[in-house]
Write a protein that binds this ligand. Structure first.
Ligand code: ADP
Ligand code: ZN
Length: 214
């Protein structure tokens, strides 16, 4: 499986990437998750990325492309494929990805464009919490963890992301429309895009994605 999940923040890309990855044994490469790990480990890349992420801005293309190219060149990827989540987010990133994948001889199979109304997105993002260790996603109302503040999967602390504040959420939605919506068109022109209604519950969305892949 070699696919991309694309869509506005909070639409459920991370949830679907985890479902697909877990059940199909395909590694999901989430650029946001990779950045958050770098931030936590306080690497140079993490410190640099943090300045953009905390404002809801995009990390510059150059470093983002380099970071994702490194992951995609891992020999494991050739065997298992990949689920890209959060990358590419700009047309420049999409162009580079085409070159990287052509180089590796790993053509894309599908690009899933997940969409949901803005009100739903904002309500999903406010109250969202993530595990600091394994990346599992929770929500204070719709999917609370069993033990408050701790992950059901690995028992590590779960936290609200610093970029899930109302102002930052609005900025991320604006940037999505400006920078990332054109990426969906880019793949539409290549005939790769499939539109998925992500306003339904995660299992239904998952089934839809799988049936589109077969
Ligand atoms: P969401 O999809 O909910 O906005 P992500 O975890 O995918 O969250 O990304 C969080 C933040 O990480 C983004 O707002 C952005 O600052 C940064 N980021 C992630 N992926 C990219 C990318 N491909 N290019 C530039 N910045 C990125
Ligand atoms: Zn966990």
């Amino acid at each position: 499986m070699r696919v991309i999940l694309i869509g506005p923040p909070g639409v459920g890309k991370g949830t679907q990437a985890a479902l697909l990855g877990g059940r199909k044994g395909v590694p999901s490469l989430s650029s946001g998750e990779i950045f958050r790990r770098e931030i936590e480990a306080q690497t140079d890349l993490g410190r640099m990325a943090q300045r953009y992420i905390s404002h809801g801005e995009l990390v510059p293309n150059g470093v983002t492309i380099e970071m994702m190219a490194k992951r995609l060149r891992d020999p494991e990827i050739r065997r298992s494929g990949f689920i890209l989540d959060g990358f590419p987010r700009t047309v420049r990133q999409a162009d580079s990805l085409q070159e990287i994948l052509a180089d590796l001889g790993l053509p894309l199979q599908r690009v899933y464009s997940l969409y949901a109304p803005d009100e739903l997105i904002v309500s999903r993002l406010s109250g969202r919490m993530g595990c600091t260790k394994c990346g599992a996603i929770y929500h204070s109302l719709s999917k609370p963890s069993t033990r408050e503040g701790y992950c059901d999967v690995c028992n590590s602390p779960i936290v609200v992301r610093t970029d899930d504040q109302p102002d930052t959420i609005r900025e991320r939605l604006r940037i999505f429309r400006e920078e990332t919506a054109p990426v969906i068109e880019f793949y539409e022109e290549l005939g790769l895009t499939r539109v998925i209604d992500a306003s339904r519950d995660a299992e239904e969305v998952y089934k839809d994605i799988l049936s589109e892949l077969e």
